[in-house]
Ligand binder design. Structure first.
Ligand code: ADP
Ligand code: F6P
Length: 324
């Protein structure tokens, strides 16, 4: 079926995530191949307000599928949360002839996309955040790479912890969610994983387990703490106080946001970017794409923002039971 030619805008918003470039590339390529004009908006909604917009074509997205970060830059834009900012965004879309927008970001960015859709600019959201905290999708772009980065770093920490009979406490990102911590905890064989979604007692869930394990001949430990738990420094000191085992805290920080995206990121980001263009050319807006049961699906943004997501109970049980 032949659709009428459109101008599609694409932007990345919120925290950057490895794999965002693969999504940008897919939007530009799919758009162009299907006969549409594609423009890139730099620095998220701030760039939309300011008119920081560039023409994109098949060649402008060469050599980016393997790069972390986002070639379109990203930003957090408080002005866009307010009505005045959104109106400026709509006016800029009209000025630049933008018929529809693909927004790659987290659920804050989805709220911005919904606001624009409500004001007549069809928007499609693509989940991009290392935190994997978007309810309408099992997977968000950046999560897989971030978990692999944590695992690689903790493997290094394990070498030195083992050599010194120490405990390594590692704080990982995730904002208010514990998905990175849980997945990395299992992959690294952590003795304990502390996440904001589950209540815990450091004496029972960390100290007692370490003491039990010491009796079985284990002398070095990895404890993963999600940043959403807070106070990893105090937890680390408390572990040393109570067990007598020298403990060191490592806050991995922004290293988790960078690096070459994994193959999984590139594949899903490409398919989701393609789907976003298909939806816009079919005249659909106010939707988000995502992954459910390994398939790319799409939902109304309002429904998506109503959904809730918990951590995987079974993974939590496995993490707890076998790391002893
Ligand atoms: P993420 O998209 O990763 O969740 P943020 O929560 O920082 O990151 O949101 C990114 C941007 O989306 C914000 O800086 C703001 O410009 C926009 N945004 C967030 N919440 C809203 C909202 N309620 N209405 C309109 N825009 C929003
Ligand atoms: O949402 C991605 C994320 O990296 C969170 O894990 C973290 O809490 C936050 O962004 C850090 O934000 P900033 O880059 O502004 O320090």
């Amino acid at each position: 079926m032949q659709y009428e030619k459109k101008t599609i805008g694409v932007l990345t918003s919120g925290g950057d995530a490895p794999g965002m470039n693969a999504a940008v590339r897919a939007v530009v390529r799919a758009g162009n191949v299907k006969g549409h004009r594609v423009v890139g908006i730099r620095r998220g909604y701030q760039g939309l307000i300011n008119g920081d917009i560039e023409e994109m074509n098949l060649r402008s997205v060469c050599d980016i599928i393997q790069r972390g970060g986002t070639v379109l830059y990203t930003a957090r834009c408080p002005e866009f949360v307010k009505e005045e900012g959104q109106i400026k965004g709509v006016e800029m879309c009209h000025k630049m002839g933008i018929d529809g927008l693909v927004v790659i970001g987290g659920d804050g960015s989805y709220r911005g996309a919904r606001a624009l859709s409500n004001r007549g600019i069809p928007c499609i959201g693509i989940p991009g955040t290392i935190d994997n905290d978007i309810a309408s999708t099992e997977y968000t772009i950046g999560f897989d790479t971030a978990v692999n980065t944590v695992v690689e770093s903790v493997d290094r920490l394990r070498d030195t912890s083992q050599s010194h009979d120490r405990c390594s406490v590692v704080e990982v990102m995730g904002r208010r969610a514990g998905h990175i911590a849980l997945h990395a905890g299992i992959a690294c064989g952590a003795i304990a994983v502390l996440i904001p979604e589950r209540e815990f007692n450091v004496d029972v869930d960390v100290i007692d387990r370490m003491k039990e394990t010491l009796k079985t001949g284990k002398h070095h430990f990895i404890v993963i703490v999600a940043e959403g738990v807070g106070d990893s420094k105090r937890i680390c000191e408390y572990i040393e106080e109570k067990t007598g085992i020298e403990s060191r805290l490592t806050v991995l920080g922004h290293v988790q946001r960078g690096g070459t995206p994994t193959a999984k990121e590139r594949v899903y980001a490409s398919v989701m970017g393609y789907r976003a263009v298909e939806l816009l050319e079919q005249g659909k807006g106010n939707r988000v794409v995502g992954v459910q049961n390994n398939r790319v699906v799409d939902f109304d943004i309002n429904d998506a923002l109503e959904m809730t997501k918990d951590i995987d109970q079974y993974l939590y049980k496995v993490a707890y039971e076998i790391s002893i």
